[in-house]
Design a protein around this ligand. Structure first.
Ligand code: PLP
Length: 412
């Protein structure tokens, strides 16, 4: 029997990730049994899980150096410090991102300069140049928000032309690439998160990668390496630390061996996991294609993405229609998040709610996009059939509302 798109109910959980692979559980138990959880607590001739993970992650993205840390937010703040950002420094960043990004900037006493978002959900490159000129900012913390990558060739050309140092926030692009270059390898530093909802799951954690020995020496010292930095393997030689070792404050944020043990087997299967995520994404995209009133996000040819979430736009819909859609979908088990809500809900906060970051009163283009932006997580516990069903439910409910007179009168 064909499912009835007007009545069927989805019963999966949008927040349930897959279990840790058995190999990771075994490795974690081994660490628990020997008790050497601190990264510098090793037996003679032992290489810590954390140091091995750093080598493996550096190889995975093709970076010279890698540092594993306590969170993605910590990685970004450390990256900013390592390029000299301090109190009062203007730092360009996306107006459309999640709170840890402006938080990392503001926590240093620096000032985020918010750049508009396009309908492709990427940073507006024209506005970027304009804001760089207006503010004099020479650092960009670029967030590949929700896995959407801007034209990195153009962005990097602009950055070179204007002397801007680029730090990439790859919380949603671990395993992704632009024109064959892994995300996080275009700018001076790449930052990643291994928090539960990202592409590897250690509960909390993150990485910084770079080819720059001075940046990485400072990052390692900042993370709390004491004078044990020679125990790192994906790190610059000891000489690189000399100019900094007595001048860099310790802001402890190391990763521990338990998390590293859980992560190493996950990293080995990330490409296969990425393919599974993308298969789910494409099923949703197909199921929602050509739905009147619903705008899908374009995915450029050059972008190799990892779709751990899904977005679409209901451009210029009245707020009330969007609220109705969200309520009706929720009643049918489909949990949609809306970036247009006036007050922050769960992870969907907007730039104007980051009051600590002195946000602008309005960003017209971003305001229009966020007012119509719907988001959902895509955990790998969803089957392909689940994705077809979710698409049928959204499509049916969008169509119902789009055909109603209130929505029609408000159409532009
Ligand atoms: C999750 C996330 C981060 C890093 O977050 P942590 O929770 O600190 O690991 C950074 N940027 C974006 C866009 C994120 O979603």
């Amino acid at each position: 029997m064909m499912p009835d798109p007007n009545n069927e109910i989805f019963t999966g959980s949008f927040t349930q990730q897959e279990p840790i692979p058995e190999e990771g559980i075994a490795a974690a138990l081994a660490v628990l049994r020997h008790g050497r959880l601190h990264r510098y607590n090793t037996a003679p001739d032992e290489i810590s899980e954390t140091a091995l993970l750093e080598e493996e992650f550096a190889a995975f993205v093709g970076a010279r150096y890698c540092l594993a840390v306590a969170s993605g937010g910590y990685a970004m703040a450390t990256a900013l410090r390592a390029v000299g950002v301090g109190p009062g420094t203007p730092v360009l960043s996306n107006a459309f991102t999640l709170a840890p990004v402006p938080g990392a900037i503001a926590a240093l006493g620096a000032q985020p300069i918010f750049v508009e978002v396009t309908q492709d959900l990427t940073i507006d490159l024209q506005d970027l140049v304009q804001k760089a000129q207006q503010s004099g900012a020479r650092v960009l913390l670029l967030s590949h928000m929700r896995g959407h990558i801007c034209d990195m060739d153009t962005l990097m050309a602009q950055a070179r032309a204007h002397g801007i140092v680029v730090i990439e926030d790859c919380a949603h692009t671990m395993g992704a690439a632009w024109n064959g270059t892994p995300s996080g390898r275009h700018g001076k530093i790449g930052c990643y998160s291994v928090q539960t909802y990202k592409h590897l799951n250690a509960g909390e954690g993150g990485f910084l990668v770079s080819d720059d020995p001075q940046v990485m020496a400072q990052a390692i010292l900042l993370s709390g390496s004491y004078m044990l930095y020679t125990r790192h393997r994906a790190a610059p030689p000891a000489e690189a630390f000399e100019p900094f070792k007595l001048h860099t404050p310790n802001i402890s944020g190391r990763m521990d061996n338990l998390r590293a043990a859980i992560l190493r087997p996950q990293l080995r299967v990330l490409p296969q996991q990425a393919a599974r995520w993308n298969a789910r994404y494409r099923r949703l995209e197909t199921g929602l294609g050509q739905t009147p009133g619903l705008h899908l996000i374009a995915r450029p040819e050059a972008e190799a993405f990892v779709a751990s979430s899904f977005q679409f736009l209901l451009l210029d819909w009245p707020d009330q229609s969007i609220l109705t859609l969200i309520a009706r979908c929720l009643a049918r088990g489909v949990e949609l998040k809306w970036f247009g809500a006036p007050d922050p809900v769960a992870f969907t906060s907007r730039y104007d709610s980051w009051r600590y970051a002195n946000p602008p009163a309005a960003l017209p283009q971003t305001d229009r996009v966020l007012a119509g932006l719907i988001d959902m997580r895509l955990p790998l516990t969803f089957s392909l059939d689940d994705c077809d069903q979710i698409a049928r439910i959204i499509r049916a409910e969008v169509s119902r509302i789009w055909q109603s007179p209130q929505t029609t009168t408000a159409k532009p």
